[in-house]
Write a protein that binds this ligand. Structure first.
Ligand code: TYD
Length: 141
């Protein structure tokens, strides 16, 4: 996996009535959840994201359908396909992300560690690259 990312497997409570997947803050995901949002109605040929966050941590869960997530640093990248509602993609600080190939009726749930804060975004790849090169140089020492 790419640095500052990971796959989290949630508990699956299966019985003849179906599946229930519990997700608890600080137990199943490594932060306190301050915000939840979900992305729906994305045409298949649209790519979203194209940004990074300085401090925000997130866990992405595809509740229905499938979606691909490109996660990258200035040095490496990975593509993760989410299609299992019992798996989450953790994305930590300073990871550039792009979400694409949303299937029809897909629902992407995002659990976030902070309230919405536009100042935390790195919105252009240039700006991201400059800060991320420094960030990963220091954190890999
Ligand atoms: P944005 O982060 O650009 O979405 P994506 O990266 O998936 O393309 O957010 C889209 C719009 O929604 C933008 O105007 C900011 C707004 N927004 C909120 O108001 N609150 C939120 O929690 C988020 C994530 C976005």
């Amino acid at each position: 996996m790419l640095i500052n990312t990971g796959i989290i497997e949630f508990k699956k409570m299966d019985n003849e009535y179906g599946r229930l997947t519990p997700v608890e803050a600080l137990k199943d995901i490594p932060f306190e959840i301050k915000r939840v949002y979900y992305i729906t109605n994305v045409p298949y040929n649209v790519t979203r994201g194209f940004h990074s966050h300085r401090n925000l941590e997130q866990v992405l869960v595809c509740l229905n359908g499938s979606v691909k997530i490109r996660v990258k640093t200035p040095f490496e990248e990975d593509i993760v396909e989410l299609r299992d509602p019992a798996k989450g993609l953790y994305i930590g600080n300073m990871i550039w992300r792009e979400m694409f190939e949303f299937s029809e009726h897909s629902v992407l749930l995002v659990l976030a560690s902070e309230y919405y804060n536009e100042d935390d975004y790195l919105r252009t790849y240039d700006e991201y690259h400059k800060e991320a090169v420094e960030y990963f140089k220091v954190s890999q020492k």
